[in-house]
Design a binder for this molecule. Structure first.
Ligand SMILES: [Zn+2]
Length: 141
């Protein structure tokens, strides 16, 4: 029974993540080549500010995938990212290797708190999620 519940939770988590990507993806139309700039593992009080300065000078927008524990310490930087028109994504709370987490812990301890924090600072619920180390479904073994 526990195994069935675990599979059900994983299935709904999978659907939730897919829905996130589909509902938030931006369609690029036309034939021009496009590059998306993304930055992970911030915000940092020094380096993220430097990146923002360069992006502003070049009039370029990017996506910042933020770690919740850093977001808590650098709220002003998050507000600046948002104010300057960049996209913000969720990059977990602790930046752990999700291989060792079950899907419930992943959702409750890593994704939700980070999204709530970003929402509190910007008023926007992040709709993009990038798993640390690129690994998404730790317990889908
Ligand atoms: Zn990372």
């Amino acid at each position: 029974m526990k195994k069935i519940m675990s599979r059900t939770i994983r299935f709904f988590l999978f659907l939730f993540v897919i829905w996130f990507f589909i509902s938030c993806s931006t369609r690029i139309t036309g034939s021009e080549k496009t590059i998306a700039l993304t930055f992970d593992d911030g915000p940092d009080s020094i380096y993220t500010q430097q990146v923002l300065k360069v992006l502003k000078s070049k009039k370029v927008k990017a996506t910042f995938f933020l770690v919740g524990s850093f977001t808590e310490r650098n709220g002003k930087v998050v507000e600046r990212i948002h104010k300057e028109g960049h996209c913000i994504g969720n990059h977990s709370y602790h930046h752990l290797d999700f291989w060792n987490l079950n899907s419930n812990d992943l959702l409750e301890k890593e994704i939700k708190p980070t999204s709530e924090l970003i929402c509190r600072l910007t008023g926007i619920q992040p709709c993009l999620y990038r798993p640390p180390f690129g690994y998404m479904y730790g317990d889908f073994r």
